[in-house]
Design a binder for this molecule. Structure first.
Ligand code: AMP
Length: 224
């Protein structure tokens, strides 16, 4: 199964990707996570990307296209992937199409999560991520006596620097300008499905699973 989870920042792509990855045993490839790890490890990629990320801007296409080549051609993505955060520009989408062509594989679907703008800002500024397992929480899901510990694995929770209110609003503008136009690009492909991302996490998850089953994408891959 090869799918793209598409949507604005804070639409739940990361959360849904993690659930799908656990259910179908397919690697979750988040370009944001890969870049954050590169920044933390001070690799050449991280050094180039850091400034763009902290300002809430997109990392240049050339860098991102190089990165996606490396990841999708690796052993890890051989049998499928859930892409989260890529592509984010039409140039990236065209490069991805070309790469998949060269690899002789096709995308099974582009699942888009629609969330209202005020809700996006509310979610971005109110979320914490586990540094150990990567799960994402809203503040009301955390234990009052220990709000910095992951309820799932006990790992330390952190707030992303680019989730502060000003950068979050800027990221939404960047999405509207650079990434939203991709909806038309993918609509033409006939594999674009939009889901109401305002619903509860479990409801969105079931909707995605329903679509994947309907498309008969998951028959052999499902692990549960
Ligand atoms: P995310 O975790 O997906 O919200 O990504 C965090 C940040 O990483 C973004 O605000 C961008 O600065 C950068 N980033 C991640 N994916 C891409 C991409 N496909 N193109 C450009 N920049 C990206």
């Amino acid at each position: 199964m090869r799918i793209i989870l598409f949507g604005p920042p804070g639409s739940g792509k990361g959360t849904q990707a993690k659930l799908l990855c656990e259910k179908f045993n397919i690697p979750h490839i988040s370009t944001g996570d890969l870049l954050r790890a590169a920044v933390a490890n001070r690799t050449p990629l991280g050094i180039k990307a850091k400034e763009y990320m902290e300002a809430g801007n997109l990392v240049p296409d050339e860098i991102m296209i190089g990165l996606i080549h490396e990841v999708l051609e690796s052993e890890r993505a051989k049998n499928g992937f859930i892409l989260d955060g890529f592509p984010r520009t039409v140039k990236q989408a065209k490069a991805l199409d070309q790469l998949l062509d060269e690899m002789d594989v096709t995308l099974d679907g582009i699942i888009s999560l629609r969330v209202e703008h005020e809700e996006i800002i509310r979610r971005l500024t109110d979320r914490k991520t586990c540094s150990s397992c990567g799960r994402i929480y809203k503040s009301d899901q955390l234990k009052k006596e220990n709000p910095n510990a992951c309820p799932y694995c006990g790992g330390e929770l952190f707030q992303r620097k680019d989730d502060d209110p000003e950068t979050a609003r800027h990221r939404l503008q960047v999405y509207l300008r650079e990434t939203k136009p991709l909806k038309d690009f993918y609509r033409k492909s006939g594999r674009f499905i939009q889901i109401d991302g305002m619903q509860d996490i479990a409801v969105v998850h079931e909707a995605i699973v329903g679509i994947l089953r309907q498309n008969r994408l998951s028959a052999q891959k499902e692990s549960m």
